[in-house]
Design a protein around this ligand. Structure first.
Ligand code: DX5
Ligand code: ZN
Length: 213
């Protein structure tokens, strides 16, 4: 299992310290939540702060857009050279066009599904993706409870990707902890995002290690 700590739960007064800490504690990606106050009822960080994160991160960035104007934000963050940019299918009229745009900028494209959005919505686009991110909470805030229905949903997506695009990774975001990591592993999840579980733990290294099943 790959682990992507969400910096949303970091101490923003000590952002450099926290980013360096997770990077030296065995994480695989640094997950960055970009919220615009429109698509979700919360507002987070823009390119000024994300470039400060990129400057001290020694692991690749995984940017999760929770915004209304995806193309604008893709152009804003592309110069920071993240490994992944993921956008919500619920907020994009032309997902295929945006996937091509992200790829043309040298970034791996990913689509995010909210808890109610079925994996079947990806039937004709899965072959074009590097990753699918399944939300296991309603997007907008850290520290929420894990929604169990993501388990059968990930199992279904795992079957779909075997058929359509075996190289496409499955990532799950929200409420992830040692309590659900085994069930996520069993249904084929490759990457987990965890915010409060890692940042509230006395040792980030132990927390990350406990998710590497
Ligand atoms: C929620 C964000 C998540 C969040 C996860 O909208 O996408 O990445 O920070 O935080 P936890 O692990 O605390 O649920
Ligand atoms: Zn996220």
């Amino acid at each position: 299992m790959l682990v992507a700590p969400s910096v949303l739960s970091a101490d923003f007064g000590n952002l450099q310290r926290d980013v360096e800490d997770i990077c030296s504690s065995g994480c695989d990606l640094v997950h960055v939540d970009v919220m615009d106050g429109h698509f979700v009822p919360n507002l987070t960080i823009g390119p000024v702060v994300v470039s400060a994160i990129a400057a001290c991160a020694t692991k690749p960035l995984d940017i999760h857009l929770m915004v209304q104007n995806n193309t604008f934000f893709v152009e804003l963050f592309a110069p920071l050279k993240p490994k992944y940019i993921s956008f919500h299918i619920e907020e994009e009229k032309h997902p295929h066009r945006l996937i091509q745009k992200i790829r043309s900028l040298g970034i791996k494209p990913a689509i995010v599904l909210n808890p109610q959005t079925p994996p079947e919505s990806l039937e004709y686009i899965l072959k074009d993706l590097d990753m699918v991110l399944l939300m296991s909470v309603n997007p907008g805030f850290g520290g929420q409870s894990f929604i169990q229905s993501v388990i059968p949903k990930a199992a279904k997506l795992n079957d779909m990707r075997k058929r359509l695009n075996p190289a496409c990774l499955i990532e799950v975001d929200g409420g992830v902890s040692y309590k659900n990591i085994q069930s996520l592993k069993e249904v084929g999840v490759d990457i987990v995002v965890a915010g409060s579980y890692i940042f509230n733990h006395a040792s980030k290294k132990d927390a990350i290690a406990s998710l590497k099943v």
